[in-house]
Design a protein around this ligand. Structure first.
Ligand SMILES: Cc1cc2nc3c(=O)[nH]c(=O)nc-3n(C[C@H](O)[C@H](O)[C@H](O)COP(=O)(O)OP(=O)(O)OC[C@H]3O[C@@H](n4cnc5c(N)ncnc54)[C@H](O)[C@@H]3O)c2cc1C
Length: 301
């Protein structure tokens, strides 16, 4: 199909555990079909194992536990959501899952599935065996770019874009989970796998495609995510790193808190449990390159 302008928005595919037989009862979660298949399987009241405690894994574990099921969540890093929240908040989330009856095994990798045609158990790298009738693999996604190989569009952890979301080929832009672009606000390249980013980038990418020469603008955005796990509404904004200064305000016992991440006095991220309005204000503050002091006033107000 010939085109004058093209938007690449092919998202990604769920990763699977390598070198494993295809067994019934093992699922990934990316599409509506995946979701409906998992829901139907949960109705049979299986013992559930969740591999990976990122957003998808932690949400599946919480949902299955809320249905009263026996749930074990296995995570290779030291806490759930260690990359998105950092180890301290990840530790709080782990405690929240454990308080509600999820068995959480961190620092452990799943080596293989056991089962003839249906999964019966998982084997971990410490020799442990976890029995299960249903396993959900939530170990991340791979950007869908194989169809672009040899096309001339430069690929690097997705589609490599400049700060305006333009690719290496004129009149082709990218948006959403597949776009790896340079975000001037944080002075780094990033690929963001969240819904708000996909919406905001698609608007911006079209602007780049239609702009007159020399009139394009950089996509300077503050990434934003949310996740509902049990009765905890988790929201995050910005681009925190493990090395950032972290100040946690509020009540950890009541699971109502705001964590503020600073770099040389500048606010670079914030995560909240059950505090929605504050995160919107903190997102705007990050966009204005605001400071940690001002962020703490918002967090503690
Ligand atoms: C289970 C789940 C829960 C999530 N929950 C949240 C949440 O609570 N909050 C949040 O912020 N984000 C959430 N996300 C992330 C959010 O859904 C994604 O960031 C968003 O969908 C990305 O949109 P996209 O259009 O870039 O990619 P996608 O939604 O992946 O869409 C890409 C589409 O392109 C199609 N495609 C791929 N290759 C081709 C091809 N060669 N030709 C034609 N079509 C192709 C795919 O089939 C797909 O339909 C969740 C994601 C998942 C999987």
């Amino acid at each position: 199909m010939p085109f004058d302008g093209l938007v690449i928005a092919t998202g990604g595919e769920a990763r699977t555990l390598p070198n494993q037989p295809r067994l019934a009862g093992v699922y990934t979660l990316r599409t509506l079909d995946d979701s409906e298949a998992i829901r139907a399987a949960l109705e049979k009241k299986p013992r559930v194992a969740v591999i990976g405690a990122g957003f998808i894994g932690a949400e599946v574990a919480a949902s299955a536990r809320q249905l009263g099921l026996d749930v074990t969540m296995i995570e290779a890093m030291e806490t759930p959501l260690a990359l998105s929240l950092g180890p301290r908040l990840g530790g709080l989330l782990r405690a929240a899952h454990e308080r509600r009856g999820v068995r959480v095994l961190c620092g452990r990798k799943v080596e293989r599935f056991e089962g003839a045609d249906h999964v019966r158990a998982l084997h971990l790298d410490d020799g442990r065996r976890v029995e299960c009738d249903l396993a959900v693999v939530g170990i991340g996604m791979t950007p869908s770019v194989s169809w672009l190989e040899g096309s001339g569009v430069e690929l690097e952890n997705g589609v490599r874009c400049d700060e305006t979301l333009a690719t290496s080929v004129p009149h082709i832009v990218a948006a959403g989970d597949v776009a790896n672009w340079y975000n001037p606000l944080f002075e780094e390249r990033m690929r963001v796998e969240h819904w708000t980013n996909a919406v905001e980038q698609s608007r911006h990418a079209i602007g780049t495609l239609l702009a007159a020469p020399g009139q394009t603008k950089p996509f300077e955005s503050v990434p934003m995510f949310w996740s509902d796990q049990f009765d905890i509404k988790i929201q995050g904004v910005g681009r925190p790193r493990p090395t950032d200064e972290l100040i946690v305000t509020g009540s950890q016992e009541d699971e109502k808190l705001v964590a503020v991440y600073g770099r040389e006095g500048r606010l670079v991220g914030a995560v909240a449990f059950n505090q929605p309005p504050k995160l919107i204000q903190l997102r705007m503050l990050i966009g204005r390159r605001g400071g940690v002091d001002e962020a703490l006033k918002i967090a503690e107000s």
